[in-house]
Design a protein around this ligand. Structure first.
Ligand code: SF4
Ligand code: SF4
Length: 377
């Protein structure tokens, strides 16, 4: 596949971790990455300019585009945008990533199983149980106290790290139940406060139907060398949130990652957040809640494996844990429940993912109210 790119001007569409990773891979193979392209960022990355899609497409003769967006929803918008520019058959990251892992000896996995998982990530086959984005909180400890934290961390009276063994057991059981997890995001609280993070990452990396793994951080902590090594060896990316002055170690973390061979991208954070923190019952009608639920983007990108429970969104998972909303058993799948076999768990997953009806958290969700980013309590 790499040979199809040789002697071409390559445009890498996307500046997040996969773009960064493929840039280095292609460069190491003597390919010519002419630029990055991005709708939100400008500047220079790895010495290559970041151009808007229109600029990039017009600038080079007969270029080839490689789409590096892993998120299915972003990717689909990019494919439409490229088609509008006249680029009908771009390459896509998953055509190169399995070879990158295999030839680079990254991740201790069965590569055949991994390639099989990759073949399903954008499939629309209704028999395939795929999870486009799964988030796994590993701690409620955080060193910031954002007033409007959408994970409600400042509300935990006794913040704690979740047990490594429980986390590993939960994610293994979950991965056995589904066909593929496109992206697994590990976060907190602040994930780099967890003392056993390197062991957790090493175990998660060995699961072959998890395609891409990343850790989200608030950029206040430089991880231990041991953690960085596990991340480099397993192509685990860091997505750094940019909370301005609060993300005090952002530059130092980026430089450390470059030196350690870890891919790090800075997440483009909007200048405002949506306030998920108000918990007053909205008393919307059932029809209005259903409408909100159906149009909700958060549940498409923020499903949670939280303390062994699969929830459609962070609000459902953490508000239930904190007792802010009633615990409704139909609103989550309990992977802690040993009486459920794999078939039963799979059926519950399908029921929840395909549900047309809203979840109880929606009735407490004031989705959309705009507030400043990372305001501290
Ligand atoms: S950094 Fe802020 S938003 Fe992120 S988990 Fe901590 S308190 Fe919440
Ligand atoms: S509570 Fe409902 S509307 Fe709010 S983020 Fe979750 S799924 Fe979406």
């Amino acid at each position: 596949m790499l040979e199809k790119l040789r002697d071409k001007k390559i445009i890498l569409f996307g500046t997040e971790n996969m773009g960064n990773l493929l840039y280095k891979y292609f460069a190491s193979q003597g390919l010519d990455v002419a630029c990055f392209s991005d709708n939100l960022k400008t500047g220079v990355m790895n010495g290559a300019p970041i151009l808007s899609p229109g600029q990039a497409w017009a600038k080079f003769d007969n270029p080839v585009v490689v789409v590096t967006a892993v998120n299915e929803f972003t990717r689909s918008a990019i494919l439409n945008q490229l088609a509008g520019l006249g680029c009908d058959s771009p390459f896509s990251w998953e055509q190169f990533y399995p070879d990158y892992l295999k030839t680079g000896k990254k991740r201790d996995i069965d590569h055949e199983s991994f390639s099989h998982a990759v073949s399903m990530i954008y499939s629309h086959d209704k028999h395939i149980l795929k999870i486009p984005m799964l988030t796994m909180p590993i701690t409620t400890v955080c060193n910031l106290k954002c007033k409007h934290c959408s994970y409600f961390m400042p509300r935990f009276e006794k913040p704690r790290h979740f047990s490594k063994d429980d986390l590993i057991q939960n994610i293994r059981r979950f991965a056995e139940c589904v066909d593929v997890i496109n992206v697994l995001t590990i976060l907190g609280g602040e994930a780099f406060t967890h003392p056993e993070l390197s062991d957790i990452l090493a175990s998660v990396s060995s699961i072959p139907n998890i395609v891409f793994i990343q850790v989200i951080t608030n950029c206040t902590i430089i991880p231990a060398d041991k953690t960085l090594k596990v991340m480099a060896d397993n192509a685990i990316g860091i997505a750094g949130s940019d909370y301005g002055a609060f993300s005090a170690k952002q530059n130092g973390l980026y430089d450390t990652c470059v030196a350690a061979g870890v891919n790090m991208s800075i997440r483009v954070t909007n200048k405002t957040w949506s306030d998920f923190n108000c918990n007053d019952k909205t008393n919307r009608s059932a029809a209005d809640n259903s409408k909100l639920f159906k149009s909700c983007w958060n549940r498409k990108i923020c499903s949670q494996l939280y303390r062994g429970e699969f929830h459609l969104c962070n609000l459902s998972a953490i508000k239930m844990d904190l007792g802010m909303i009633p615990r409704v058993r139909e609103d989550y799948v309990d992977f802690n429940d040993e009486t459920l076999n794999m078939q039963a768990l799979r059926q519950e997953m399908k029921n929840l993912l395909n549900s047309e009806s809203y979840i109880s958290a929606c009735d407490f969700c004031h989705f959309g109210k705009v507030i400043p980013v990372a305001e501290q309590a």
